[in-house]
Design a protein. Structure first.
Length: 367
């Protein structure tokens, strides 16, 4: 009986110890799993740093550093708690019970990094006695120059994850997988923007927002000022998700509109200067020059007018054809697009006509 009670007490103690150990590890993992960027640190058997780099918490690094970026890593602390005797302090934020290889959530404003080994004897007069690594570092100096670096000797480590000096798709020693139309040289051709990336062969990784769009909405992710062929879509992060639809070229995205307004403003200023100069020159010229200029302008206006009238007529006829296919054949927009492409129409003209028909049809139904 006494032996059974003793076994029960031991079992309760082990369970309690497991909970105590698991709790701080759970807190630690909340920093590992959810946030990016991540600071990856590896310590060798002689307590020297062998790896020190900034990475992104995405599928590219998940394949390389699993289970460091996976929640299951926390289970090891219950199996081999003696291995977890390292601590890391990033400025005033401390992470404890770390293995000799770990990834921490990184604040780009971090300036001081300290790594401690709790197995070393600590002097009462020196709080840094058991620190095996102390470093002053900057992750961004805001000088509009991308200055990437990797390794223990780096004092400045800029990347698109930590610093506005580096742009996505730039060679900054970080694969961010952002779908920006640029093949990221740090992704080993596994960025979906790379021409060598073949989705059918599963040799490339998706951007997080793109995965969410396909899995949750069975949709297509639109970038670069595009819009959905049907419906308004769902906004996910900085992207537009089109459920059960496809992307078409939009008239203007907000960013494009701002850029166009800036360009037009600059062009207007340049035109004003040119107009002033031209006026001074024209005062010295004969009436013949004026007539020539007027004739050229009239010809240009007529040419442009004819061009736009033809284009509008062609677009209108294409919208009518779409309406016919909708009413008679009951085609969807996707089927209509395939049919019209086979008839020799250009994709851009088809997309524009579909969008015009969709807006017209939507207005008719609302009234």
């Amino acid at each position: 009986m006494k032996k059974n009670n003793q076994k029960k007490r031991i079992s309760r103690h082990i369970t309690l110890l497991s909970i105590i150990l698991l709790f701080p590890m759970t807190l630690f993992l909340s920093h590992i799993v959810s946030a990016e960027p991540q600071l990856l640190i590896s310590i060798d058997n002689d307590n020297h740093l062998e790896d020190f780099q900034v990475i992104a918490n995405n599928d590219y690094y998940g394949e390389k550093y699993y289970p460091l970026l996976a929640e299951e890593y926390g289970e090891e602390i219950l199996v081999e708690p003696k291995k977890f005797h390292y601590r890391a302090r990033l400025n005033n934020v401390e992470f404890s019970q770390l293995n000799n290889r770990f990834a921490l959530s990184l604040n780009p404003k971090t300036t001081t990094i300290k790594i401690f080994d709790d197995n070393l004897v600590v002097s009462n007069n020196d709080n840094n006695k058991n620190a095996i690594f102390i470093k002053q570092i900057s992750f961004c100096n805001n000088n509009n120059i991308c200055e990437p670096c990797e390794g223990v000797d780096c004092n400045l480590m800029e990347s698109s994850l930590t610093c506005s000096d580096c742009k996505t798709g730039e060679k900054d020693l970080v694969c961010d997988l952002i779908y920006d139309g640029i093949c990221d040289p740090d992704c080993e051709d596994k960025d979906k923007d790379c021409s060598s990336c073949n989705e059918n062969e599963n040799n490339c990784y998706e951007y997080n927002e793109e995965t969410q769009c396909s899995e949750e909405y069975n949709g297509k992710t639109c970038f670069f000022g595009k819009s959905c062929a049907e419906g308004d879509g769902v906004t996910i992060g900085d992207t537009l998700c089109c459920p059960n639809s496809y992307c078409i070229t939009s008239f203007f995205s907000m960013n494009e509109k701002k850029e166009i307004e800036k360009t037009e403003e600059k062009q207007n200023e340049e035109k004003e200067i040119q107009f002033t100069d031209q006026t001074a020159i024209n005062k010295k010229q004969s009436f013949i020059v004026y007539f020539v200029l007027i004739g050229v302008l009239i010809a240009a206006v007529l040419s442009l007018s004819i061009y736009f009238i033809r284009k509008l007529y062609k677009s209108k006829m294409l919208v009518i054809e779409i309406q016919r296919l909708k009413n008679i054949n009951r085609y969807s927009y996707a089927e209509i697009k395939v049919y019209l492409e086979k008839q020799g129409y250009k994709k851009g003209d088809i997309d524009l006509a579909i969008q015009q028909h969709y807006l017209y049809d939507k207005n008719v139904k609302n009234h």
